[in-house]
Design a protein around this ligand. Sequence first.
Ligand SMILES: Cc1cc2nc3c(=O)[nH]c(=O)nc-3n(C[C@H](O)[C@H](O)[C@H](O)COP(=O)(O)OP(=O)(O)OC[C@H]3O[C@@H](n4cnc5c(N)ncnc54)[C@H](O)[C@@H]3O)c2cc1C
Length: 477
Amino acid sequence: MTRAVVLGGGLAGVLAATVLAGHADEVVLVEGDRYPSGPRPRRGLPQSHHSHVLVAGGARALDALLPGTVDALLADGAHLRDLPGDALIYSADGWFRRLHTGAHLISCTRGLLDQVVRRRALGGGDVEVWEDTRALGLTGDEVRVTGVSVSRQGSPPETVRADLVIDATGRRSQSPRWLAEIGAADIEEVSVATGLAYATRLYRAPVDLAATIPAIMLHPGTEKGRPARGATLFPVEDGRWIVTLTGTRGGEPPTDEQGYAAFARSLRHPIVADLMAEATPLGVVRPYRDTVNRRRFFERARLPAGFAVVGDAAVAVNPIHSHGMSVAALGALRLREELARHGMGPSLFAGLQSALAEEAERSWRMAVEQDTQRAGQQAGDRVVERAGRDGAPRREPNAFEREIRTRLAQAKLSSPRLAAEFFGVQTLISAGTVKDRSEIARVLTGRPEPLLTDEEAIGQYPALAAWRRTRLAAATG
Ligand SMILES: Cc1cc2nc3c(=O)[nH]c(=O)nc-3n(C[C@H](O)[C@H](O)[C@H](O)COP(=O)(O)OP(=O)(O)OC[C@H]3O[C@@H](n4cnc5c(N)ncnc54)[C@H](O)[C@@H]3O)c2cc1C
C-alpha cells in the first residue's frame, strides 16, 4: 500500500494532497493548526489577515485542479476585476487607461478562498486530515526519505511511514534543517529583501460603492532616496473592502488609527484615504513584515528519493507581486502531470523537484528583477542580503536607457497591445518572452499619448467619480 504524507495544509499542501489522492492508496495531510469553521483567518496563516488576490494564471490552474472553484468563489461573493479594465491603477509612470486585455484577478478574503478550496479538495474524504499535528522532522537517510516524525495534539513524537513526503509548510519551512539531520546535502538559499511592510484593515463599504468599486492600486513613485509607499483597496465578499498600505524601510505604514489614516492621505493620490474615511473600519489594523523574496534551491541539491517541496517552502516571493497562491496551484498541476507520467515509482523522483521549480521560475525572476530595480532607486537600501547568481544586483541604466524605459512604461498605460502583454505576464497567463516589436517600434518613434490627469483617470469610473464629486462638494460646504 502506498502512502503519501503532505506536511502543511495551506493552499500548496491542500492542492498537492488532492492531486496525490489520485495516485497513492493513502494520503495524509498534516496541519499544525486547526481549520476555522468559517471563512476566517487562522493562527498558522498570519498572512490571512492581509489582501490576497488570485491572478488569472492561478485562477485557471485552480479550476483545472478543482473544476468550478472560481465560479464557487464568485457565487460566495468574490469579485472579478479585469486588468486594467476594472482597476484604477496609478503606476509610477501615470494612470492606466481602462483597457480590456483579457487579464484579471479574483478578490476575496483569504479565509473565503481557503474555505472554498478546502471544501472542494478535502470534502470527498480522499485525504485524511490530521489537524493540530506538527511535523518535527524526516526519517530515512541521504538516499531515501522513509517517513516523518510528527506530534499529534502535543503528544510525544511518532513516526509515520511514507513512500512520498511533500513539504508544504510555507515560508517558515524547516526542510533544510530536517534534510541535514538525515545526512542529506545542504540547500542553497537566496534572499532578496526590499524591507516592505504591510498594514491591512477591513472596512464595511458604503452601500452605493461596495460592489461597483474598481480594484484600486496606488504604486510608489520614482523619487530617489525615498521609501517606496503605496496602497491597494480591493472589494471582498459581504460588502467589505480590504485596504493594505505598504512601505519600505523607513516608510513603514503605522498601525494606530490616526497614523494609518495619515499615511493613506500622504500617498501620491488621496483616493484610498477618501474611501477609507467614508467606510466603517472592521477590527484593528494588522501589520506584516516577512515579505522577503526567499528561494531555496532544492532542485540543485541531491535530494533523497521520496521527498519534494512545494509552495512558499521552496520559493516565496514578495507578496506585493500577488503570485504565491498561483504558483502553488501551478505547482500542483505540474505535480499531477509528473505523477501521470511516472506514477509513484522511483522514476518520479529524478526530475520532480526540477519540474516544480520550473513552475515557480517565472514568478521568482519577475519579483527579483522588479524588486532589485525598485530598491536600487532607494539610496542606502541593502537589497541583496545573501547574493547568489539569481540575486545579483544590476548596473544602473544610463540616461538613454532610462529615456527608453520611461517611454515604454508610459506607452503601456494607453497601448492595448502593450498593456495586454504587461498584464498577461503579471497575471501569469503569458510567458513574458514574446515582445510586440512592431508596437514597441511604433511607440518609440511616434508621438506619445498624453498621460491621464487625476480627474480623467477617476472619471473612467462614473460611479466612483460621482461619489467623489458629492463628497468633495459636502466637504467644501
Ligand atoms: C502578507 C501576504 C500577502 C500575500 N498576498 C498574496 C496575494 O495577493 N496573492 C497571492 O497569490 N499570494 C499572496 N501571498 C502568498 C500566499 O499567502 C502563499 O503563497 C500561499 O498561501 C501558499 O503558501 P503555502 O501553502 O506554500 O504556505 P502557507 O500558506 O504559509 O501554509 C503553510 C501551512 O503549513 C502549516 N505548518 C507550518 N509548519 C508546520 C509544521 N511544522 N507542521 C505542520 N504544519 C505546519 C501552517 O499552519 C500552514 O497551514 C501573500 C503572502 C503574504 C505573506
